[in-house]
Write a protein that binds this ligand. Structure first.
Ligand code: ACO
Length: 373
């Protein structure tokens, strides 16, 4: 075994600068382009946040109007994308469907190879606008329902919910969904964003980087956790069963989904804002039982292990209350994080260095291939 130091999982290793977001575990804060994410959630829309992440500044009224007009004009889904989704079996996980759809969009776009900033910004906006159509189409086909065409008189979040449920929900639901989109949008060099930057560093196109990032997000240690949280809630059932369930789970060294974070060790900066949105939904849908289960699991697990909830813990039950099927939760994360991924793709391209770390070999020593007689 070599004595050379290795940095397993790149934990604690800074690999580049970024001006997009700042995660500060000491102050438990998250800034997008300098703005606290809590303030953005309270005062901005997801469209404004997308503009901010890509351009570095919040839009003026005129810039926002132009941005929204373009986003709304890009929302439709071309026939061949629908056809390819239709060909995928219902046994396919929705993350595989969304990954395939983005890959097909990349294969169909004549500008895929154009890596100018203007072309990449346009592709980013197209993906932002089309992901709600893709996700809602997949959710609805699984329920045997027809595609709902987007409405260009609705903002991003209201339209997303309209396309999924064929009706525009009331304001508290739209607001909670918009808050979740803002909170999920960006989080520095997390695994999926880093994947996008690695792919971009080889000079591959934006769609390849986003497709790879979707693959990285799927896993339960990353974005897949919001789906996994809901499975945990379903398994436990009611608040009074939390204790015995945790005894059993911890005795088998099970990871409790929705808790823990690589960077935050004293709580995730996004959780209080998302928990407030969840509380609104609990009141709106009159589901105090869900809040009791949420609180009981949090109190018991934090009490035993001192490991705090991450964003996936409140967002899983929030999406459940809104009516999304559990398997659709991580695709919702994709729809939001595509903004952060593409902002990082633009930043990586602007000051590129091929990302290629070293490894320390610990296999068998050099040996000769046996020569057959
Ligand atoms: N449940 C039980 N134990 C945990 C958990 C958890 N959720 N999280 C950490 N631990 C324990 C580990 O078992 C380990 O214990 P040990 O030292 O006795 O072996 C210790 O805490 C350190 O954990 P690591 O997994 O080594 O820490 P790391 O920084 O690599 O992990 C991670 C971070 C992967 C997020 C982890 O906390 C986890 O698996 N959480 C559950 C999955 C999850 O919720 N992911 C969402 C991440 S946030 C997001 O994507 C929005």
């Amino acid at each position: 075994m070599s004595e050379q130091e290795i940095y397993k999982g790149l934990a604690g290793v800074p690999v580049d600068y970024t001006a997009i977001s700042k995660v500060n575990p000491e102050t438990n804060s998250l800034l997008y382009r300098g703005y606290p994410v809590q303030q953005l959630a309270a005062n901005s829309t997801f469209e404004e946040v997308a503009f901010l992440l890509w351009n570095g500044e919040l839009p003026t009224d005129a810039e926002l109007a132009a941005f929204e007009e373009k986003e709304r004009s890009y929302r439709g889904l071309e026939h061949h994308i629908k056809r390819i989704i239709d060909e995928l079996p219902l046994t396919a996980h929705p993350m595989d469907v969304v990954r395939t759809a983005v890959s097909v969009i990349g294969a169909s776009d004549p500008t895929t190879a154009d890596d100018s900033r203007e072309a990449d910004l346009d592709k980013s906006l197209r993906l932002l606008a089309q992901l709600p159509s893709i996700v809602s189409y997949d959710q609805r086909r699984r329920r045997g329902l027809h595609f709902v065409e987007p409405r260009d008189d609705l903002g991003y979040s209201a339209n997303f919910l309209f396309q999924t449920f064929d009706e525009v929900p009331e304001l508290p639901v739209v607001s909670a969904f918009d808050v979740s989109m803002i909170l999920y949008a960006e989080h520095s060099f997390n695994a999926s964003t880093f994947t996008a930057r690695v792919i971009t560093s080889t000079l591959a196109d934006l769609y390849s980087a986003v497709t790879g990032a979707i693959g990285a997000l799927k896993g339960a240690l990353h974005g897949g956790a919001n789906e996994a949280v809901m499975h945990v809630f379903d398994e436990i059932g009611t608040a009074d069963r939390v204790g015995p369930w945790l005894d059993e789970a911890l005795s088998t060294k099970r990871k409790i989904m929705g808790f823990g974070h690589r960077v935050y060790k004293n709580g995730d900066s996004r959780v209080p804002t998302m928990k407030a949105a969840l509380d609104t939904l609990v009141d709106y849908y009159e589901r105090p039982d869900l809040a009791e289960l949420y609180d009981a699991l949090e109190a018991d697990f934090v009490g035993r292990k001192g490991i705090y909830p991450n964003l996936d813990y409140p967002s899983g039950p929030a999406y459940h209350l809104m009516g999304f099927d559990t398997e659709m939760f991580t695709p919702l994360f994709v729809a939001s994080r595509v903004t952060g991924w593409t902002a990082h793709i633009l930043e990586q391209r602007a000051a590129n260095a091929l990302i290629r770390p070293l490894s320390v070999y610990n296999g068998v020593d050099e040996r000769d291939v046996p020569v057959k007689d």
